[in-house]
Design a protein around this ligand. Structure first.
Ligand code: COS
Length: 384
């Protein structure tokens, strides 16, 4: 639950001001250069944005899930690239350690992630293993006090910037599915670890992904998360439960921004002698978007509160990701439609947002994977 309303309001106001005054004006330069300016990254560090969700005892702000989604609603009102840079340290890059790490692992890595000194990446996907994550083939073979990793990870967010990777690898080749997988912490600079070239993406310029390649990469056995073999897939799924809720909140923030842009345009743009906002067919698109954003926002807050109450929210997180990411796609489409021809050229931010938000329906589990998780859980609950 919200622990201190005054502090939270201050944080949300600060975030909102930072987004409007510093990030929105930098959107075009980020899109053009495919880089976030260094002074903005430094300000993000100073504001503590890399450690929003890392517990206070490790130097973070220790936001509850409810507080985190409220913060995410604000951060997402600008290019998703900014969120992406801080996203892995607060989410998929640190959560494996937070939920399943040993005390020594937490004490060593989390303060560096909270301060932004280190960027963390989450390496699950492979060339042959996307939605079927449990089929991953990267191997980790025990050799004395080390494991030797071989394999390739694909589309890894923040991999070019990362100082530390959470890597899911198969420690038991006899077990083909989830039970043979373990999670490792691998540091940048480890011999045998290399990066592919940066992916050329449809959108989200400024957010970088690439392959992470392990070629006889020797990792100390002490770096297995939680010190336990065979539970890495479960760690990854727990990380994704939280990640999916976070991405859902990002969808809401992005949709609010796109709708605000569309509304402003509709009120300014004159056709047939009056602002197009006065036409009911435009109003229908504005109203449907508003209602759907409100629905997504409400369900995300509900799921976040449930997680703070320690309920299992695997189903709810998938419901949120499914609804919010699809909603965001519909809002993007309507916002382009309201802008008309102007929505198809890059003079307006909506052209860029339309491409940027397409990823939300794909990463951290596609819409179809969310449907599978929801339905499976429903069936399972009926059977018990
Ligand atoms: N929390 C904790 N444990 C979980 C879990 C969760 N949310 N979801 C699954 N598990 C456990 C299961 O309980 C099972 O454990 P037992 O064998 O002890 O019963 C184990 O993990 C395997 O689960 P399951 O049998 O459901 O695995 P499947 O291979 O059938 O597939 C899906 C699971 C499809 C849901 C999973 O592979 C998935 O989420 N894929 C999408 C991956 C993804 O989101 N990629 C995005 C890139 S990462 S940014």
């Amino acid at each position: 639950m919200i622990r201190d309303q005054e502090t939270l309001s201050l944080l949300l106001d600060t975030l909102s001001r930072f987004v409007q005054e510093r990030l929105v004006p930098a959107e075009n330069i980020v899109a053009e250069t495919d880089e976030i300016p260094a002074d903005i990254v430094a300000e993000m560090r100073e504001l503590g944005l890399f450690g929003l969700c890392i517990p206070e005892e490790f130097g973070g702000l220790g936001l509850t899930m409810e507080e985190e989604v409220l913060a995410a609603f604000e951060i997402a009102k600008t290019s998703p690239a900014f969120r992406s840079l801080i996203g892995t340290n607060n989410g998929i890059g640190s959560q494996g350690l937070i939920v399943d790490g040993t005390e020594a692992q937490k004490n060593y890595y989390l303060p560096k992630l909270a301060s932004g000194e280190l960027i963390a990446s989450f390496a699950l996907t492979e060339p042959g293993s996307g939605s079927d994550a449990a089929s991953l083939r990267t191997s980790a073979v025990r050799d004395g006090d080390d494991y030797v990793l071989n394999g390739t990870k694909r589309f890894i967010t923040n991999a070019p910037e990362a100082g530390v990777y959470t890597v899911m690898a198969r420690t038991n080749p006899e077990i083909k599915g989830a039970g043979g997988i373990s999670a490792f912490i691998v540091e940048k600079g480890t011999a045998g670890l290399s990066l592919g070239k940066r992916d050329h993406k449809m959108g989200q310029k400024g957010a970088h992904t690439c392959d992470v390649i392990f070629d006889n990469c020797r990792v100390p056995a002490a770096n297995i998360i939680g010190g336990k073999e065979g539970v890495g897939f479960k760690t990854a799924m727990k990380v994704l439960d939280k990640g999916r809720l976070h991405i859902s909140a990002i969808c809401v923030g992005a949709a609010e921004r796109m709708l605000a842009d569309a509304l402003r345009y509709a009120c300014e743009r004159q056709q047939f002698g009056k602002p197009i906002a006065e036409f009911q067919l435009i109003q229908a698109m504005l109203a449907d978007s508003k209602a759907e954003i409100y629905a997504a926002r409400s369900m995300i807050l509900d799921a976040a509160r449930r997680r703070d109450n320690r309920e299992d929210i695997s189903t709810e997180a998938s419901c949120c990701k499914l609804f919010a990411s699809e909603m965001c796609g519909r809002v993007a489409d309507r916002a382009v439609q309201i802008h008309g021809g102007a929505g198809y050229v890059s003079d307006y931010a909506i052209e860029r947002f339309y491409r940027d938000v397409r990823l939300f329906r794909i990463y951290e589990g596609t819409t179809q994977i969310q449907q599978i998780v929801i339905a499976r859980n429903m069936i399972r609950n009926l059977q018990v």
